[in-house]
Write a protein that binds this ligand. Structure first.
Ligand code: TRH
Length: 375
């Protein structure tokens, strides 16, 4: 039985919502398992809509410079596990304070370096490797690399208990109606993306043909996706009909949703476009067909990352092609025309991937076990 511990998670919001999205989900997951968490974040503003209800036993603290250590009550609740998310470099005054306490008690916190998610082979090689801290007040301590991933030999994926039961009780039509979205038999697609160059082609295709002739309602998330869609709609007269729902494509723009409602959106749709890291995992757990846009890297590192993911997913050829198109790989290819038969094949693929991945322990459980072993 793993005992309750005090965790300190450090998060720097670089851009987008993935950093805070993952750290919040991790913090809430640990709290749910009976742990106490201090989440230090330099910009907590997204939590007002992502997690409006907060979470018992998660204390959100500003990552100010210098850090306000008084408010954290480290004397009463000393840090037992330290999480450095995505190479954010924990505040040195916090390390110094931990080192002071460790000197007095003889017990060092377990220091975890939480990395990005990938299905590439290096993840299994690098997961759980130690690295010696060479300088500063924590010289001689060990940092452990913890890589999320899709196999038993990695850190796993974030997944809360009771997810499938919650989904089984969910009523998509009622949820959409509560958002003010009333449908009349359209296929539903959600859109969470950056600015894919294939977006204009997708909108044109949907407005001309719908999905294989079936009308489509596109549910566009707030922020970059909304802006990208509006740019195309404003520039193309043929797309302006989407605003008043007269064509085969109609569009609804959504407000920022809580993480919980973001799941509801994915569950309510027939096809989901997701991006980054955390929404990809949620799309996998939804068991619905999805298309993933990776965070584009200047050096092209997202291309092998995409290939490894599609292999893991056992994606059929049409799904591979739509992913390559959506991520601007193989630009010489024709934009994919999606058919209802494709959607059915993608559904089979998504359901199979979900059941394979569900058989693995989730990331929080593996992390808690890892910490117990390495203390
Ligand atoms: O926002 P992202 O693009 O974040 C990315 C990735 O994390 C990537 O790894 C990183 O390198 C890059 O940023 C800089 O996508 P991601 O990871 O899916 O995070 C989005 C979070 O926002 C996720 O927790 C879901 C949440 N969300 C809501 O809660 N409500 C919403 O309405 C929307 C659109 C998203």
């Amino acid at each position: 039985m793993n005992r309750s511990r005090q965790w300190d998670i450090f998060c720097k919001v670089i851009d987008n919502f993935g950093d805070i999205g993952v750290c919040w989900r991790l913090a809430a997951g640990l709290a749910f398992r009976g742990h106490r968490v201090r989440l230090w974040v330099d910009d907590a503003s997204a939590l007002t809509w992502m997690a409006p209800g907060g979470c018992n036993n998660v204390q959100v603290l500003g990552w100010t410079e210098p850090l306000d250590l008084q408010g954290a009550n480290l004397a009463l609740h000393p840090c037992e596990v330290l999480i450095e998310s995505f190479g954010c470099e924990i505040a040195p005054e916090f390390i110094a304070c931990c080192a002071d306490r460790a000197g007095a008690s003889g017990v060092k916190p377990v220091w975890i370096n939480l990395e990005y998610l990938s299905a590439e082979p290096y993840v299994e090689r690098c997961h759980a490797l130690p690295s010696q801290v060479r300088q500063g007040p924590a010289a001689g301590w060990t940092k452990w690399f913890f890589y999320p991933g899709f196999t038993h030999q990695t850190g796993g994926l974030l997944r809360e208990p009771g997810l499938l039961e919650r989904q089984a009780r969910f009523d998509g039509n009622a949820w959409l109606a509560a958002q003010g979205i009333v449908l009349s038999g359209e296929k539903r697609m959600s859109l969470f993306c950056y600015e894919p160059s294939a977006l204009g082609g997708l909108l044109a295709q949907l407005s001309r043909h719908g999905l294989d002739g079936a009308p489509v309602r596109l549910l566009v998330t707030a922020g970059r996706a909304e802006k990208a869609v509006k740019n195309f709609v404003n520039a193309a007269a043929s797309l302006q009909r989407t605003a008043n729902s007269h064509g085969l494509l109609s569009i609804s723009y959504l407000p920022c949703l809580s993480q919980c409602d973001f799941d509801h959106l994915l569950w309510a749709c027939d096809l989901n476009f997701v991006r980054g890291e955390d929404s990809l995992v949620r799309a996998l757990w939804s068991g619905k067909p999805f298309v993933w846009q990776l965070y584009p890297q200047d050096d092209g590192a997202h291309v092998p990352k995409l290939d490894a993911f599609l292999d893991m997913l056992e994606a059929p050829a049409s799904l591979q092609q739509v992913h390559r198109n959506w991520n601007s790989v193989n630009l010489d290819q024709e934009p994919v025309k999606m058919t209802l038969a494709d959607l059915a094949a993608w559904q089979t693929c998504a359901a199979a991937a979900r059941s394979r991945l569900m058989a693995h322990d989730d990331l929080c459980s593996r992390l808690v076990g890892f910490v117990a072993k390495n203390r």
